[in-house]
Design a protein around this ligand. Structure first.
Ligand code: FES
Ligand SMILES: [Fe+2]
Length: 353
């Protein structure tokens, strides 16, 4: 595990990193098109033809269950003139993905089956126009994609998370619902807020009462950061939170789990898509309580993150300092962000931060 001392006394990223379109474009290419991203859960694509589509950092993506039962991922972009195959969200198609623009038809394995009313065209071979396929792997029912064909195995990336959540009966949990929250801030503003508990006493009165923040601990096991605070009696939270680079939050409840996809929409808009899972047999009131508490916490985080973003945009603040006691997670994230943006993510981390 990385230690806090390596990350001591870190300067924050400059405010420009949170507001420049050029930086966002570099993040799209260097981070989001090369990282494992949890896109959905098996329960959302249970049957042949079920799909889930989402746009992540401007990349339109789709995962679909094929005739052979395998789940595949593609860019949701037609090979004719870039039309959309489906709208974002869950859905179901009958045996083919048909482009909304001119009706090209793709099999669920991505092959172009027919180019509607195309006419005779010399040198046009439909085999050359399959959908662009993306790597797609599952971990305990959660479907991850990676746009980098050379990406390492998902298993390696999620190993720290797998070890720390091995006791949770994830496969026995039942999918309950999705909620979505749109926040007017850069994705890093939200992620950094997720990565520290320093703000809890000021921003989250309910959460502050539910856990013992005096024993709040952050531990780094890259690319995962864990937070733990012992829950007080009767608390709906278990006091364990994990975050996987670059944009997945994992919130563990007493009787369930909330998987939090933190998706950049543009340089100053971030969309949170929550997937809630609970144990079978949980009292409906207890479940609603957990969902309500997470909703309250999210509204509080949204309010503070939007205020911070306004200040980052204002041109007054440039850089600040991170607390070695509370903000080691933020320091690690910023260090990692620099490495990826400079294309050094394959190098071993430097010990001087
Ligand atoms: S863009 Fe898809 S059929 Fe034309
Ligand atoms: Fe928070």
């Amino acid at each position: 595990m990385a230690t806090a001392s390596k990350l001591e006394s870190a300067l924050t990223l400059p405010a420009s990193a949170y507001r420049e379109c050029e930086t966002f474009e570099r993040e799209r290419r260097r981070i989001f098109s090369r990282s494992w991203l949890m896109i959905t859960h098996e329960s959302q694509v249970r049957s042949v033809g079920d799909y889930f589509a989402a746009s992540v950092a401007g990349f339109p993506l789709i995962v679909v269950r094929g005739e052979d039962g395998a789940v595949r991922a593609f860019h949701n972009v037609c090979r004719h003139r870039a039309g959309p195959l489906v709208d974002d969200g869950p859905g179901r198609c009958e045996g083919a993905l048909v482009c909304r623009y001119h009706g090209w038809r793709y099999g669920l394995d991505g092959r172009l089956a027919s180019a509607r009313d195309f006419g005779p065209a010399q040198g046009f071979d439909p085999r050359d126009y399959a959908l662009h396929q993306i790597k797609c792997e599952s971990w305990r029912g959660f479907i991850f994609i990676n746009m980098d064909p050379d990406a390492g195995a998902l298993e390696r990336t999620v190993a720290p998370l797998a070890a720390r959540t091995a006791h949770l009966p994830l496969e026995e949990f039942r999918f309950e619902r999705t909620t979505t929250h749109t926040i007017s801030c850069n994705w890093k503003t939200y992620v950094e807020n997720y990565l520290e508990g320093y703000h809890i006493p000021l921003v989250h009165p309910f959460l502050n009462a539910a856990v013992d923040t005096s024993r709040y601990a952050v531990s780094l096991d890259p690319p995962v950061i864990f937070h733990h605070a012992p829950p007080r009696d009767g608390s709906p939270v278990e006091g364990l939170w994990a975050w996987l680079w670059p944009c997945l939050g994992v919130n563990v409840y007493a009787d369930g789990i909330l998987m939090e996809r933190i998706w950049p929409v543009s340089v100053n808009v971030t969309r949170l898509e929550y997937l809630y899972f609970f144990r079978h047999g949980i009292e409906p009131a207890a479940m609603e309580r957990s969902i309500e508490v997470s909703g309250i916490t999210t509204v509080e985080d949204k309010t503070i993150c939007e205020a911070v973003q306004r200040n980052l945009n204002a041109g007054i603040y440039d850089t600040g300092r991170l607390s070695p006691k509370h903000e080691q997670g933020v320091a690690w994230f910023q260090q990692e962000w620099r490495r990826w943006l400079e294309g050094r993510e394959a190098d071993p981390p430097r010990s001087d931060g």
